[in-house]
Design a protein around this ligand. Structure first.
Ligand code: ADP
Length: 458
């Protein structure tokens, strides 16, 4: 401490000594002690005030301190602030370089990138946003996104911070098709990054593929109906030789299968055509299940047991035709793909997150490696057995599409040897309470016609 004071604070010590000496001289000249000390201190105080003012002026007006620095304590203060300033300048330059590199990288991304603040105001956009979304940077900075790129579903996704991708044809160029995704980021994930990818080519290829499948299925339908009709008549005719009957029956069975495939392909094409359900009604699911169960019991022919836990007063806003088809596919699958004696449970209930329809069976189950691919078209676990049971391999693809059109999703869980469970989840906003419906719970139905859901008023 003493060494530091002597070595580096020599100037301050010298100043102190000269103040004291000055005061002594003034005292000897005739002033009293107080006056002498005050007068001797004046230059010291003046110097401090001057150096303080100069520091404040340099910091606020010059933004940087440059040597030579004053001697003593003030020199130390000037030097330390100068060092901090230099470090800050370097850091700022580093950040600017990084920012520039980041912008260059973002500018070279072929996808449109738009940064929005929490009020959906445009803060930044890359050049691709101009061609793809009609958002010009920097001209459109500070403008509301909806003024330039208006899409109600996108607004909902932005508000909800929903990261799922939306297909949007932008207003400024209807020949484009974009896949727009919202990525929440920043403090408490309040800011949004919009990513718009040009999927025009893929979209048109998809349209061509879809149209081709729809047209081919449609064109094949009538000839197949005619062939199937004739084959059926011929196989049953008394004029047909006995030896021809079996081949004719086989041909008839196969044309029926081809018809099922073309029908399912047509259904899938129609489902793909529009992402929104148009024929929305309140569907009494219990009523639909009554019909579906009758079909399932007919196919089962007493080989399965059915357990029901149905909330009959629970309805769903949706397409009656589509929901019927999806639920029917799942129940018939449980009948077709499980062995004799299997118990099939059907549950329809309300949950905190909406409504759920579950078909559970204690059949053979499905190996885990097949589960992620089950909803692909024509994917079957056991091809030969599926064909034998009359399956087209399109049932679960149809279910998946129907659910996604109802903002729901299919969850499949299965264990080999223990059985499977197919759960359809529907959001709360589609749930409707029905009046005059009777609930069914825990019924056990075995033989065909041994029971059915209670009739309820539609
Ligand atoms: P399919 O017309 O063959 O039934 P799906 O798309 O409906 O076609 O089903 C795909 C495959 O999933 C079926 O071929 C079958 O192997 C398997 N699967 C579906 N449901 C069940 C089930 N409940 N138990 C076991 N396997 C099933």
């Amino acid at each position: 401490m003493t060494r530091w004071l002597i070595q580096t604070r020599g100037f301050e010590l010298a100043l102190g000594v000269s103040v004291l000496l000055g005061a002594l001289v003034l005292y000897l000249v005739g002033l009293d002690w107080a006056q002498a000390l005050l007068l001797a201190l004046l230059p010291y105080v003046g110097r401090n005030l001057w150096l303080m003012t100069r520091l404040a002026y340099w910091i606020h007006c010059h933004y940087r301190l440059v040597p030579p620095f004053p001697l003593g304590f003030w020199g130390d203060i000037y030097r330390t602030i100068g060092q901090y300033q230099q470090r800050n300048r370097k850091e700022r330059k580093r950040q600017l370089r990084f920012q520039r590199r980041f912008r260059e990288a973002a500018n070279s991304v072929p996808d449109a990138l738009v940064v929005l603040n929490k009020n959906q105001i445009i803060e930044w956009a890359n050049p691709a946003a101009m061609t793809l979304m009609g958002i010009h940077w920097p001209q459109d900075q500070g403008r509301q996104l909806s003024e330039l790129f208006n899409h109600p579903q996108l607004t909902d996704s932005i508000n909800a911070g929903d990261a799922s991708s939306l297909e949007i044809a932008p207003e400024h160029d209807q020949s484009l098709m974009l896949a727009v995704q919202v990525a929440p980021f920043g403090e408490r994930k309040k800011q949004r990054l919009l990513i718009g990818r040009d999927i025009t080519k893929v979209y048109h290829l998809n349209l061509i593929r879809r149209d081709f499948i729809a047209n081919a299925s449609h064109e094949l339908r009538t000839p197949l109906t005619v062939i199937s009709g004739f084959l059926e008549t011929l196989s049953e005719s008394s004029l047909t030789p006995q030896s021809h009957r079996r081949p004719l029956q086989l041909m008839h069975k196969n044309t029926q299968r081809m018809r099922s495939i073309t029908d399912d392909l047509l259904t899938l094409s129609r489902l793909e055509l529009d992402h929104q359900v148009v024929d929305l009604t309140t569907v009494a699911i219990a009523d639909e299940l009554q019909l579906i169960l009758a079909d399932a019991q007919a196919v089962s022919a007493g080989r399965h047991q059915f357990e029901l836990d149905i909330d009959s007063t629970l309805g769903l806003l949706g397409s009656q035709h589509e929901l019927h088809s999806a639920l029917s596919n799942l129940l018939l699958n449980a009948v077709k793909h499980t062995p004799i004696g299997t118990t099939i449970s059907v549950t329809w209930a309300q949950q905190a997150q909406g409504a759920i329809f579950i078909i559970t069976d204690n059949g053979l189950g499905i190996a885990a490696k097949h589960l992620p691919r089950l909803t692909e078209r024509f994917y079957r676990v056991d091809k030969a057995r599926s064909r034998e049971s009359g399956g087209t391999g399109l049932g679960l693809a149809i279910v998946k599409h129907v659910l996604s059109r109802h903002q729901g999703y299919l969850a499949i869980s299965s264990e080999e040897g223990a059985g499977s469970s197919f759960a359809c989840h529907f959001p709360t906003r589609l749930v409707r309470r029905l009046t005059n419906q009777r609930g069914v719970s825990g019924s056990v139905l075995s033989a065909p016609g041994a029971g059915s859901l209670p009739a309820s008023s539609r």
